[in-house]
Design a protein around this ligand. Structure first.
Ligand SMILES: C[S@@+](CC[C@H](N)C(=O)[O-])C[C@H]1O[C@@H](n2cnc3c(N)ncnc32)[C@H](O)[C@@H]1O
Length: 296
């Protein structure tokens, strides 16, 4: 008797896993832009639940992480208790390190549980740092957890409806968040509006391969000057592989059993479909960009 699973079985990883792929692709499905309120409602619910489950307050970073493949990692002082998230700190260092923050006003959109904004405030020493996130639970957590960091504040808000006055910031950073925005063009328009002339937009995220051309057109339409682009898929994939045990342990610790498969997916504990050659769930690339707003 052959032990080979049927092709269908080999491809599907179960109901919750397939549901996770569907949810993840929702923002990019054009007709669903009409239901962007519902998509955002689901996103907010999901991230509010993370803050509810994480009683031990372990999750301060929520990105996939960056592993230095062909170069020495920067000598960063990782605060006690954050050793497991070294790669996620490196992700922020890689992205934020492209601009000079000293004396500048910075904004992070999609700041999550605030680890990145707090790292920037401490390490790069901007004049002020503001984090915005859709999840009010995450913002409340940040207000408590990072209250010792000077010049750092967190406010609840939607990336597509940012309420700050024009030209309020010198640097805007956005890490692994825009994949959830049903109308990402609205977010990009706010970035252009909120940046001072000459200001920087430091941006990193993933897209499924078939979305990349459209994504690049959306970025080109902003008329921001592209200074640098880097494919960091392999770096993130490697970081996930190195952190897999820790990520799985968090899922086991916090998630109710029926949701573990799905949360492993979202949390990258299964490899994040980063250029994974998975025909059912697709492949994603992870990119980092540096943009500048023109001075006239
Ligand atoms: C994967 S987490 C990344 C968080 C953080 N950048 C990090 O690397 O730790 C994505 C974050 O984007 C936020 N988010 C999703 N949609 C948003 C929106 N429309 N406006 C603001 N934040 C949003 C989520 O609440 C979540 O905190």
């Amino acid at each position: 008797m052959s032990m080979d699973p049927s092709p269908k079985r080999a491809a599907s990883r179960g109901f919750f896993n397939d549901a996770a792929t569907f949810v993840e692709r929702l923002p990019a499905m054009k007709p669903l832009k009409l239901f962007s309120g519902a998509v955002k409602g689901l996103t907010k619910l999901f991230y509010n639940l993370i803050s509810k489950f994480d009683k031990g307050e372990n999750l301060v970073f929520m990105n996939y992480g960056f592993h230095h493949l062909h170069e020495e990692p920067p000598a960063l002082e990782i605060p006690p208790g954050l050793e497991n998230v070294r790669h996620q700190v490196h992700m922020y260092h890689r992205i934020a390190g492209a601009a000079d923050w000293r004396g500048r006003d910075g904004l992070e959109v999609g700041s999550g549980r605030g680890g990145g904004a707090a790292f920037i405030a401490r390490h790069f020493q901007p004049r002020s740092m503001t984090g915005v996130d859709l999840s009010d639970n995450a913002v409340a957590f940040c207000g408590r957890f990072h209250s010792d960091v000077a010049n750092l504040r967190f406010v609840q808000g939607d990336a597509e409806e940012l309420q700050f006055p024009d030209e309020s910031f010198d640097i805007i950073i956005n890490v692994e968040s825009s994949l959830y925005y049903p109308n990402v063009e609205k977010f990009f328009a706010h970035v252009v509006r909120l940046l001072r002339p000459g200001g920087h937009f430091l941006y990193a995220d993933m897209r499924y391969l078939e979305e990349v051309e459209h994504w690049k057109r959306q970025l080109a339409e902003t008329k921001l000057e592209l200074l640098h682009e880097e494919d960091i898929t392999k770096n993130a994939k490697h970081a996930l592989a190195l952190n897999q045990e820790y990520r799985q342990s968090l899922v086991k610790k916090y998630a109710p059993r029926p949701l573990r498969g799905m949360l492993s997916r979202f949390g990258g504990a299964d490899g994040g479909r980063l250029a994974a050659g998975d025909p059912l769930h697709g492949e994603r690339v992870y990119k980092r960009f540096v943009f500048r707003k023109l001075t006239m």
